[in-house]
Design a protein around this ligand. Structure first.
Ligand code: AMP
Ligand code: MG
Length: 495
């Protein structure tokens, strides 16, 4: 354990892959730097000891104003499909990797988001504004608290440097941490350029470092695809069950490890609306809440296409046809896999002995028709299971216009809960139904305060959301139903 970022166990990591995969460069300094927030949990994971956030040099490194000794920073190249259309080359336009750190058995890539222009910035300024950086910092840590696979955030630092978006805002940098930031788009990049050697190198790197069990498979690249399908089916099932909407599910925002990646206009659902679109630039609703599993499936097909030259190398058409059939079969299984994971999540939320698909579907439609607050409903249902009284049931019924509908559903549901075990079941349910989520309006308030120099709400939300399933009396305000103005908040891609 060390206080200084320089003295962590830095490894060659992604740099081993060679120049075709990245450009080495330095972050562009900002005129001044301040701590905004820090995650002790992430610090511990990478081997930083207590007090690391008091070190001025660490602040400068994480804002991009100082470089690490003997450590070459880099940005990676990738491509991708955006909103269903091939977008060609993209790459880390504002993310600069400091490198890879080993801690015990685990290794972590450490990356500064918003650290200045890179060769992949295209028309962008390479910066991130404080507003979107607070959202990313809080949400990645909140997702981790919920037990949902995600990239993490070690730190949020900020500066007075003006950044022009729809309005003039100020700059910030989020230090992101993940076992790997490799995206579907990295594979699409080398496949689309017919750089099959690099494509194989990348796949081998991912398998060796992240899916070592696959090394000895008969067909490791096919096995890799199967694993990525599995991981992503599980991930999107968790999103749907908790009511999380990503907002920009382009293939360049899809993680090869099945992590939630690139927090932009994301939102948790307040009032249930299956057609909910959290990104106001997504007018067709391609990335609506309900469509997320379909989009994962579509994105996985793009990944399969990119891996095909490895799975069926050469020009033998009969082999290619046979492998395409095999890939199709794997991909056809996605909806079933997703459904299996989703029903399992819902079984746990409802405290049932076995999956009850029809009961879940009926409930979700009721929540949608009555525009019931998704998180509040499930948490209140735990109280009903714990003690089915007029008081607990009326909290739930008051959320619905259709009283008869929810009455009938509750009757069916409660008949499935054994009364002699109800309190244990309720306690278990509370481990699967968060009391606290990062509601849009809470993030908005925290941002407004921080923009005026007061980060206390950012810190309180951060603390609260690390344990979203626990009763935390001091944070009871955060569990309340959102105010009316919350539904008017609109979030764009601009960040
Ligand atoms: P996104 O969909 O926001 O994850 O980003 C799509 C692409 O745009 C990626 O290549 C990003 O690196 C790039 N990008 C987004 N914002 C900026 C910015 N302000 N400056 C440079 N590149 C950016
Ligand atoms: Mg992105």
């Amino acid at each position: 354990m060390s206080k200084s970022i320089d003295s962590l166990l830095w490894q060659e990591g992604f740099l081993k892959l060679g120049n075709a995969f990245f450009t080495t460069l330095k972050p562009t300094p900002l005129p001044d730097s301040f701590w905004g927030a820090a995650s002790q949990d992430v610090a511990k994971n990478i081997g930083l000891s207590a007090g690391w956030e008091l070190d001025q040099h660490n602040l400068e490194v994480l804002t991009g104003n100082a470089s690490l000794e003997n450590q070459q920073a880099y940005s990676t190249i990738y491509s991708g499909h955006q909103f269903g259309v091939w977008a060609g080359q993209l790459g880390d336009g504002r993310a600069i990797h400091l490198g890879t750190v080993q801690n015990g058995e685990e290794s972590f890539e450490i990356q500064l988001k918003g650290a200045g222009k890179t060769p992949y910035s295209r028309m962008g300024d390479g910066r991130a504004v404080l507003r979107s950086s607070i959202r990313e910092f809080l949400c990645s840590e909140a997702m981790a608290g919920l037990g949902i696979p995600t990239t993490r955030a070690l730190a949020l630092t900020h500066s007075s440097a003006p950044i022009v978006r729809e309005e003039v805002e100020t700059a910030a940098v989020v230090t992101r941490v993940a076992p790997s930031f490799i995206r579907f788009g990295h594979f699409e990049h080398f496949a689309s350029n017919q750089q099959y050697e690099e494509l194989a190198q990348l796949a081998d790197f991912v398998i060796k470092n992240h899916y070592p069990d696959l090394i000895d498979s008969e067909e490791p690249y096919l096995a890799l695809l199967e694993k990525v399908i599995e991981k992503n089916a599980a991930l999107v099932a968790q999103w749907q069950a908790v009511g999380f909407c990503h907002g920009v599910l382009n293939t360049d925002n899809m993680s090869i490890l099945g992590l939630t990646l690139d927090y932009g206009p994301f939102s948790f659902i307040d009032a249930t609306d299956l057609k909910y679109i959290c990104n106001h630039s997504d007018s067709a609703g391609r990335y609506s809440y309900l469509n997320q599993p379909n989009v994962f499936h579509w994105n996985l097909v793009r990944l399969a296409e990119a891996l095909l030259p490895l799975i069926a190398p050469g020009q033998d058409e009969a082999l290619i046809d046979a492998k395409v059939e095999q890939l199709k079969e794997l991909l056809f299984q996605f909806p079933q896999k997703y459904e299996h994971f989703y029903q399992e999540e819902m079984r746990l939320k409802l405290g049932l002995m076995q999956a009850e698909n029809a009961l879940v579907e009926e409930l979700v439609l009721l929540l949608d028709r009555n525009k019931v607050d998704y998180t509040f409903f499930f948490r209140s249902l735990c109280d009903v299971v714990d003690a089915p009284s007029i008081a607990t049931i009326s909290v739930i019924k008051d959320l619905f216009l259709d009283h008869q509908g929810i009455d009938l559903w509750l009757q069916k549901y409660l008949a499935m809960i054994p009364s002699d075990n109800a309190q244990d079941i309720a306690a278990q349910m509370r481990r699967h139904n968060p009391k606290y989520i990062l509601r849009q309006y809470l993030a908005q308030k925290a941002i407004e305060n921080a923009e005026n120099g007061d980060f206390s709400l950012v810190h309180q939300l951060h603390e609260c959301l690390q344990n979203p399933f626990d009763e935390q009396a001091q944070f009871s305000e955060f569990a309340k139903l959102p105010p009316d103005w919350a539904s008017q908040i609109s979030v764009s891609c601009s960040s």
